[in-house]
Design a protein around this ligand. Structure first.
Ligand code: BES
Ligand code: MN
Ligand code: ZN
Length: 491
């Protein structure tokens, strides 16, 4: 059970909890305590600041130190969390610090926090809520002796706006759903079961739901999904979730996810080491389903289509072969030279479909290329777009959401590298600029007049070691960016 987050009017020096979390800021002459931390320091006769000096605590963002109170105040432990420079501390610094603190507190049951109190950013308490919930996440489904987080209650002191807390809970829950889906092994989450999970989300939130099975996909010409999925005993699915607000919506947005539930590479098979993490290849779909799960709680005044192209890329006598030509949904063709460049093939169908639904803008999310990891490293998402305003809008939404998204180019003259002799386009070119060429392939399937952005999350979808609010393993990345983008459009 995720912990309960509530607003409380209790005082920092009298609240009775296992741990009370307070802020410190970085300054030229060592850490400076927030007003609440100062109250505790007074109650401890200056021992708190003494401890910080003694341990050379710097108060950089998400630095955390635990101090036992030995009965001097009601709370058993004081947790000092760094928020960095006071002038720069906002919602996201609070979110990261809360995440870092939560990761240290999963063996405690009750927590109180004033991390948001000394920050001028009005939505800081939403950030704190998100950080605590995301930082205490653990995936324990398959442990015979699980050690789940013991955190039961998190009290936000100072009587903050409960609506902000609820928004933080909604975005954290959405991200946690995406993490759970990503962490599930591919033997448990395959196209059919991913569709089942999406249907549960749609039912719970009152969204319209539609799923196409393999016979419907064949009939309606979804050649990319059929081609990629046909080597597997687990047939592909095309999933559409539809959120409609009450009253008139000013626009309709589409979010589209790559849902390769396992990527073996197909006949262009991956080395076994590269396959170890390929259950993560539905991370884009997880972000889309996660974001859709938050719609009924956040109620933005826009329509949102959540589209997932789900297939398993496997090796068999029925697999798609290098040299085969696919006829995509809508009639465009592509020559498949490398069956491991499969994400773009299923997304091509989905992008044509989204354009056909007459949406005002599309953002797709995909663990698309190893090349983006070479370009940006493991912790950043690349954003490509056929529209500079949309690209900046998505990057700004990511910044608000506390996720790292960096703009990438779509150079027109690179497009000729994926010209095909026999089809409209081929699915790979030379390895240079691989992330750009993958994005150029996608752009080919987007109607010219539809603003579209592509998030390549191959790096951050899975994380090697925990930091801030992000755990090791599936990260649920882009869920929060999608939500922030949708909310930005709605306001
Ligand atoms: N799913 C992979 C991309 C990926 C790689 C995601 C590493 C996460 C971590 C994608 O389907 C793929 O295999 N891409 C190939 C494309 C190449 C064959 C043109 C790649 O990046 O090597
Ligand atoms: Mn692949
Ligand atoms: Zn893939």
């Amino acid at each position: 059970m995720p912990p309960q987050v509530l607003a409380s009017e209790e005082a920092v020096d009298s609240v009775s909890v296992d741990a009370v979390v307070v802020a410190a800021f970085k300054s030229s002459d060592g850490p400076s305590l927030s007003a609440d931390a100062q109250k505790l320091d007074d109650a401890l006769d200056g021992r708190l600041s003494e401890h910080l000096t003694h341990t050379a605590f710097k108060a950089k963002v998400a630095d955390v130190t635990l101090v036992p109170t030995l009965g001097r105040v009601q709370a058993k432990t004081i947790v000092v969390a760094g928020l960095g420079d006071k002038d720069e501390a906002g919602r996201n610094e609070v979110m990261r610090a809360a995440g870092s603190a939560a990761r240290r507190l999963t063996d405690r049951s009750t927590i109180a926090s004033v991390l948001h109190s000394d920050v001028s950013d009005g939505s800081a308490v939403a950030g704190a809520t998100e950080g605590f919930l995301l930082g205490s996440y653990k995936f324990t489904t398959y442990k015979s002796d699980p050690h789940p987080s013991k955190i039961e209650r998190i009290a936000m002191l100072g009587g903050p706006d409960t609506d902000l807390i609820e928004r933080g809970v909604a975005t954290a829950d959405a991200t946690i759903l995406a993490r759970d889906l990503t962490n599930e092994p591919a033997d448990s989450i395959f196209p059919e079961t991913l569709a089942d999970r999406a249907r549960e989300v749609a039912d719970a939130g009152g969204l319209d739901f539609e799923v196409l099975d393999e016979s419907q996909l064949k009939e309606r010409g979804f050649g990319g999904l059929i081609g990629v999925g046909k080597g597997s005993v687990r047939p592909p699915r095309f999933i559409v979730m539809h959120y409609k607000p009450e009253g008139r919506a000013s626009q309709t947005l589409a979010i589209v996810g790559k849902g390769i539930t396992f990527d073996s590479g197909g006949l262009s098979i991956k080395p076994s080491g590269s396959m170890e993490t390929m259950k993560t290849d539905m991370g884009g779909a997880a972000a889309v389903i996660g974001a859709m799960s938050a719609m009924s709680k956040l109620r933005p005044q826009v329509e949102v289509l959540g589209v997932v192209a789900a297939a398993e890329n496997m090796v068999s006598g029925r697999s798609i072969k290098p040299g085969d030509v696919i006829k995509h949904y809508g009639g465009g063709t592509s020559e498949v030279l490398n069956t491991d460049a499969e994400g773009r093939l299923v997304l091509a169908d989905a992008l044509v479909y989204a354009c056909e639904r007459k949406v005002d803008a599309i953002v797709n999310v995909a663990t698309l290329t190893g090349a983006i990891m070479v370009a940006l490293g493991p912790k950043a998402t690349g954003v490509f777009s056929n529209n500079d305003e949309l690209r900046d809008e998505v990057a700004t939404a990511a910044e608000r959401a506390g996720e790292r998204v960096w703009p990438m180019p779509l150079y027109d003259d690179y497009r000729s590298d994926i010209d095909s002799e026999i089809a409209d386009i081929k699915n790979t070119g030379s390895r240079w600029g691989g992330a750009i060429k993958a994005a150029l392939f996608l752009r080919n399937f987007v109607a010219k007049d539809v603003p579209w952005a592509h998030l390549d999350i191959a790096g951050p979808a899975r994380n090697d070691s925990a930091y801030d609010e992000v755990p090791k393993g599936g990260s649920g990345v882009a869920t929060r960016t999608l939500i922030a983008w949708i909310e930005g459009r709605a306001s």
